[in-house]
Design a protein around this ligand. Structure first.
Ligand SMILES: [Zn+2]
Length: 365
């Protein structure tokens, strides 16, 4: 399909507020029904925070193309640009019958505005969708490495010691086990990284509330959660959200021939617990969901994790206003949003391609 957009790089915003404004404008121009849900927090500039939704197509459609941006706040620059670009591109102009599009902008608006992966409760939203009434998964590797992952002091000498601990752990258990220990999620350290929380946070509840009104008519969903931070620079990896054996895995492989999976070693991501797709299967249990995470590479893994750990240290122990604080904030922004035209073009072209394949799978299979 011809895409009516002259400069893909121009759709990516510099701030949360700019992204939200452009999304609203693009959604209005596309004739979408817009809604806004206010987050109780404020941004670093004192501005209000909210999650926007845009709905295109019949209100009672049974087939739904559903994409979400900013699950991890700092990754929202990318997701916001993609959603605005999709709306401007015209790819949703002539929807197939009985098919609607739902775009959720900044499901974690606090993290987007403050340039953090996590929410206002320091929760990694993509680990928060577990049943908090039941025992949550343990993460012994994280427990063992906790003081190196989240040190009290942030210094070059300290980081050399931390790195030695990581290398020793990787030497014993493998590099993959090290990545899993840090990133797969943990439910006990509320001042740590990749923390899944002790209850459903605002973004979790908001995502469910957005979906709930559609539970009576939507029966088939193509879900794309937009992320950044893993994989080669600018490449969009299509990661299957289903585990092996789930019928969704076969559909993902059928719709996207280059999809990877977290449980067979083909993905750059480890298996995560409590991801956003659970909100869909919980809220619309009768729907057949075919879900993927579209994960765009930015920096090498080690640099990305360093930025996340530094940002965690900053918000627990540091000062956002001093030089060190400002340096850490620019480091985490760069780790999740390479603000470069070549990266944006790669990201956008891939996003169009993935959206077209999702729409085809949703309506033709
Ligand atoms: Zn992410």
């Amino acid at each position: 399909m011809a895409v009516k957009i002259s400069s893909p790089a121009a759709v990516f915003p510099g701030t949360f507020a700019e992204g939200r404004q452009r999304f609203r404008e693009a959604a209005s121009a596309a004739g979408a029904t817009l809604a806004s849900r206010a987050n109780p927090e404020r941004g670093p500039d004192g501005g209000d925070l909210s999650t926007e939704t845009a709905w295109l197509g019949p209100k009672d459609a049974s087939r739904l193309f559903f994409a979400q941006a900013g699950t991890h706040g700092a990754e929202g620059f990318c997701g916001s640009g993609i959603e605005t670009g999709w709306l401007q591109s015209g790819i949703f102009e002539q929807l197939p019958p009985d098919t609607a599009v739902l775009l959720v902008h900044a499901i974690n608006p606090y993290g987007f505005a403050w340039v953090r992966r996590v929410t206002e409760d320091n929760i990694d939203l993509n680990r928060n969708f577990v049943d908090h009434g039941k025992p949550t998964p343990d993460n012994p590797g994280y427990r063992e490495l906790r003081n190196s992952i989240c040190p009290d002091e942030w210094s070059r000498e300290g980081e050399n010691r931390n790195r030695a601990q990581f290398q020793a752990y990787a030497g014993k258990h493998g590099a993959w086990a090290l990545q899993a220990a840090i990133t797969q999620g943990q439910y006990f350290d509320n001042e740590g990284v990749f923390y899944g929380g002790k209850a459903a946070g605002w973004s979790n509840r908001t995502m469910r509330a957005i979906l709930k009104p559609h539970s009576d008519h939507v029966r088939k969903i193509a879900f794309i959660d937009l992320h950044t931070g893993l994989g080669p620079y600018g490449y969009g990896e299509i990661i299957c959200n289903h585990l092996a054996g789930d019928p969704g895995t076969a559909r993902v492989k059928d719709w996207y021939n280059d999809a990877t999976a977290t449980d067979d070693g083909t993905s750059t991501s480890t298996v995560v617990t409590g991801d956003t797709q659970i909100a869909i299967t919980d809220t619309i249990p009768e729907a057949e969901v075919t879900g993927v995470t579209l994960e765009y590479g930015t920096l090498p893994l080690e640099e990305m994790l360093l930025a996340v750990r530094a940002d965690n240290w900053l918000h627990v122990h540091g000062d956002l206003e001093n030089a060190k604080g400002k340096e850490i904030k620019s480091q985490i922004r760069a780790a999740f949003y390479p603000d470069k035209d070549d990266w944006k073009k790669m990201v956008f072209d891939r996003a169009i391609d993935v959206a077209e394949r999702a729409m085809k799978g949703l309506t033709q299979s």
